[in-house]
Design a protein around this ligand. Structure first.
Ligand code: NAD
Length: 457
């Protein structure tokens, strides 16, 4: 494979943390073979025992949150307190989900027949788990728990931007699980591509739409099962009758959180024209509270972007918007000094063909445009290939229901940010995903239903 090592760089300084060898093709094959060999015993284990082992992993994850959070923060630039919060939050949340996994995979005797009809949920076999860097613990853990819990074995490839965090997480699983049940591969795109070409039974992937398309193509050759959680271009709609202060805080915080590097970031804010000026002032006030800084300092709320190329993408979006006539109301200038920092930026009135309106920016940018009618707002919100999340802010409950019904997204927040209740899945609608994760239906994607009907003796 083309790249021999990962240059693992600290995004706050640009300095080398460590050089890590990428897996060779032979290693990819060997790890898939080890996971395949471990599968029969893991699949045959009593499911309660399997889930207890995973419970022990999650307990360790919670205990290791300070150390793992510090490593995560150094590798990807997430502020330290948020990085520790990510580890603790997912450990707690997934411990709660284990009971749901148990329910999802429990066999059922089906009524309605004189025969005994047993519906069971069979694991697929070996699952390739390939994940991004923006939630380096949360994204893999939310797949590893249901995939392993259902009785699959896993070959896990973390993002090349967070290899040490990935290795730490893998070690916690490996310390509690039998040999071969979770295998780790390090490397970038070429290693991921080699893994999906191997004889794995399922690919569970979180990452960009472009990589999702490449994976789907490669999987077609042997009809591998897929779950793809991809990018988004989420709209947030603000009507004139909304609580403008609350809407401005929600829009700004969710454009800037994690330096804008969240799949369900607010990427486009559409505001009713009559309140646009007032709304912009409120956004500028809130965005002023988001200075960037050293992620290791306790008070920092926004760290650097993860890499130079990620920052180049943001710079290109801002330059393109400026060239096409948008007004930059805040930020928009590359800071001096080391690291891949970028200031909180507010862009106003970018035209519909601007990159910042069409493509995922994945940076600390609040992008404001105006609309005149409800129909126009919904049409423009849906004018994207993506369909991850969407938000509506209005004082009229009837309009809230009408508009949320018209928005083509997997999850919609009305007068609040996105979020469900326990048991609701996380869904990328349209080209934001294939399949989904979470909830009983999400956990079942790591299984195939099997019916055994036995005639009475
Ligand atoms: P990416 O697609 O560049 O990389 C994701 C992973 O895929 C990495 O591990 C990478 O090494 C690997 N990879 C790259 N090319 C590959 C190939 N050809 N075959 C197999 N694997 C390959 O994405 P990224 O930059 O790491 O992450 C950011 C993206 O992830 C954004 O688009 C974001 O919206 C998305 N994301 C989505 C969700 C969700 O729940 N929908 C959550 C987090 C992030």
């Amino acid at each position: 494979m083309s790249q021999a090592t990962i240059h693992n760089l600290d995004p706050a300084t640009g300095e080398l943390i460590e050089e890590i060898p990428c897996a060779t093709e032979a290693e990819v094959q060997a790890k898939v073979a080890r996971a395949r060999n471990a599968w029969p015993a893991w699949r045959g284990m009593d499911s309660g025992q399997r889930l207890d082992l995973l419970r022990a992993v999650l307990k360790r994850l919670e205990e290791e949150a300070p150390e793992l959070g510090a490593l995560l923060s150094r590798e990807m630039g997430k502020p330290l307190s948020q990085a520790i919060g990510e580890v603790r939050g997912y450990a707690k949340h997934l411990a709660g989900e284990l009971d749901e996994v148990a329910l999802a995979i429990a066999p059922q005797i089906m009524p309605g027949s004189e025969d005994e009809v047993l519906l069971s949920r069979e694991p697929h076999g070996v699952v390739a788990v390939i994940t991004p860097w923006n939630f380096p613990v949360g994204m893999p853990a939310q797949i590893l728990i249901p995939a392993l819990g259902a009785g699959n074995t896993v070959v896990f490839k973390p993002s090349e931007h967070v290899p040490l965090t990935g290795a730490f997480l893998a070690r916690l699983f490996q310390e509690h699980l039998p040999d071969g049940v979770l295998e780790l591969l390090q490397g970038g795109g070429p290693v991921g591509a080699a893994l999906v070409e191997e004889e794995v039974d399922m690919i569970a992937f979180v990452g960009s739409r472009a990589t999702g398309i490449a994976i789907m193509r490669s999987a077609a050759g042997s009809l591998k099962r897929l779950v793809l959680e991809l990018g988004g271009k989420d709209p947030l709609l603000v009507f004139a009758d909304a609580d403008l202060e609350a809407a401005a805080i929600c829009a700004t915080q969710n454009s800037l959180r994690n330096t804008g590097q969240v799949c369900c970031s607010v990427e486009r804010v559409l505001v009713e024209r009559s309140v646009a000026q007032r709304f912009e002032k409120l956004v500028l006030q809130e965005a002023g509270n988001w200075p960037f800084g050293d992620p290791q300092v306790k008070q920092t709320c926004m760290g650097p972007l993860v890499s130079e190329s990620q920052r180049d993408n943001v710079v290109a979006h801002v330059a393109d918007a400026r060239e096409k006539g948008a007004r930059i109301a805040l930020g928009g200038e590359l800071p001096k000094g080391s690291g891949w920092f970028y200031p909180a930026t507010v862009i106003v009135d970018a035209p519909s063909d601007a990159k910042v309106i069409r493509d995922e920016t994945f940076g600390p940018v609040v992008c404001l445009t105006c609309f005149d009618t409800e129909d126009e707002a919904v049409e423009r919100a849906n004018d994207t290939v993506y369909g991850l999340g969407a938000n509506v802010w209005t004082g009229d409950p009837e309009r809230g229901r009408r508009v949320s019904a018209g928005l083509r997204a997997g999850q919609v927040g009305v007068n609040r940010y996105l979020g469900g209740a326990p048991g609701t899945p996380w869904v990328g609608a349209r080209q934001s995903g294939v399949g989904f994760l979470g909830g009983i239906e999400g956990h079942r994607q790591f299984t195939t239903p099997k019916t055994v009907a036995t005639a009475p003796s």
